[in-house]
Ligand binder design. Structure first.
Ligand SMILES: Cc1ncc(COP(=O)(O)O)c(C=O)c1O
Length: 373
């Protein structure tokens, strides 16, 4: 079986984790946390990195650090993973959904302004599957309406927009280090920012808002701390971060060259201003292919090739169909998100994937298509 994604843990991961165990530093203090935060923020070309439990928590922490909460609205794409939207709900703000654009599969920047109200406090673009959002026009809209921008960069480690690293472009960016991410800590998350005030606030809130006087708390904080063990894995990952990113890109190029002549397959987006890091190698299956995305996935599974369907957009989520004032309004139309969800899936995408495996996968796709004739 070729798995859809697995981590690459063949460096100093075991050595550093062993060090945590042998030295008894297994909670949220210890040398690896700051080291990992420093290395990751350097990688993102930002001044500050604030580690936490996971990517969803990173988004919640960012919202809290920016003072976004009850009565506020945050604009997000409907086509995303539910962590984006749920984190807004945890903050007591309301997610406002926007459709995607067909070219990049990201939030349609042209549709943002029509959803801005007096309650809107922030825009949260998601760099879907590793392709950056067109940030310039989005930042201009934010500036015009005095809105904060929080990037959901959970899937975009190492990606670049016009030569600038994702993580450094807005007020604050949020990353996930789940095991399928390009850089992993098992579970984990990080905020990156150039804003000292936001960084300090996030650090305070992630640790129960412990003040100068022990056990005296002036604010509602959280236990959102990262452990030394998570950071130990993260630091070892940072030693090969560029390599992990470059391997994703190289694999995508091999996939592209092998799939380019297959009628009915749309390969992942790549705008000239973007460094897409292809967190996942996603494809769309159009009518001309002769078989639905779902059926093709079933056939590939029979051949020992695992894959994953694209996200189910937020407006289709059963949980949000329930009448609950916390949930987003799902009454609009989101045709691009619907299309992506129906036609898209991702092929095996690990950084450790070999050219031989990619050949095997693409040959299987071609032979499944041939049999249809
Ligand atoms: C776009 C997006 N946002 C948020 C998250 C949440 O991250 P985590 O699973 O670490 O909580 C994910 C996770 O895959 C994601 O893809």
């Amino acid at each position: 079986m070729i798995p859809v994604c697995e981590p690459t843990l063949k460096g100093n991961e075991l050595k550093y984790v062993t060090d945590c165990i042998e030295s008894n530093w297994i909670s949220s203090q210890g040398k690896y946390i700051e080291k990992f935060e420093d290395e990751f923020s350097k990688f993102c070309e930002t001044k500050h990195g604030i580690g936490c439990c996971n990517g969803t928590i990173a988004i919640h922490l960012a919202l809290e650090a920016l003072g976004i909460g009850k009565g506020d609205e945050v604009i997000i794409p409907s086509f995303t993973m539910i962590g984006t939207s749920n984190a807004v709900i945890y903050s007591q703000a309301k997610p406002v959904l926007i459709d995607s654009e067909p070219e990049t599969w990201n939030i349609d920047v042209n549709k943002i302004e029509e959803k801005i109200t007096k309650k809107t406090k922030a825009i949260m673009p998601v760099h879907t599957y590793g392709h950056p959002v067109d940030m310039k026009p989005l930042l201009e809209i934010a500036e015009k309406h005095d809105l904060k921008v929080i990037e959901d960069a959970a899937e975009a480690h190492g990606a670049e927009y016009k030569g600038k690293r994702i993580g450094s472009l807005s007020d604050v960016a949020c990353f996930s280090f789940y095991a399928n991410k390009i850089i992993t800590t098992g579970e984990g998350g990080m905020l990156t920012t150039n804003n000292e005030e936001i960084a300090e606030k996030a650090k305070l809130l992630r640790n129960h808002a412990f003040g100068k006087l022990r056990f005296v708390h002036e604010e509602l904080g959280f236990n959102y701390r990262m452990t030394n063990i998570q950071a130990a894995i993260g630091l070892a990952q940072m030693e090969k971060a560029e390599e992990l990113v470059n391997k994703r890109i190289k694999n995508a190029q091999i996939y592209n060259s092998m799939l380019k002549e297959v009628k009915g397959i749309i390969t992942p987006p790549k705008k000239e201003w973007a460094k897409n890091v292809y967190w996942m190698y996603g494809i769309l299956i159009k009518k001309e292919f002769g078989m639905s995305a779902e059926k093709l996935r079933e056939e590939l599974l029979k051949e020992g090739i695992d894959s994953r369907a694209f996200f189910i957009p937020m407006h289709q989520q059963p949980v949000y169909q329930k009448k609950d004032e916390r949930f987003p309004d799902i009454s609009g139309k989101y045709p691009v998100a619907d299309m992506l969800s129906k036609e898209g899936f991702y092929l095996p995408s690990s950084s450790s994937l070999t050219e031989t495996q990619i050949k095997e996968i693409t040959e299987k796709i071609k032979s499944i298509k041939k049999k249809l004739k």
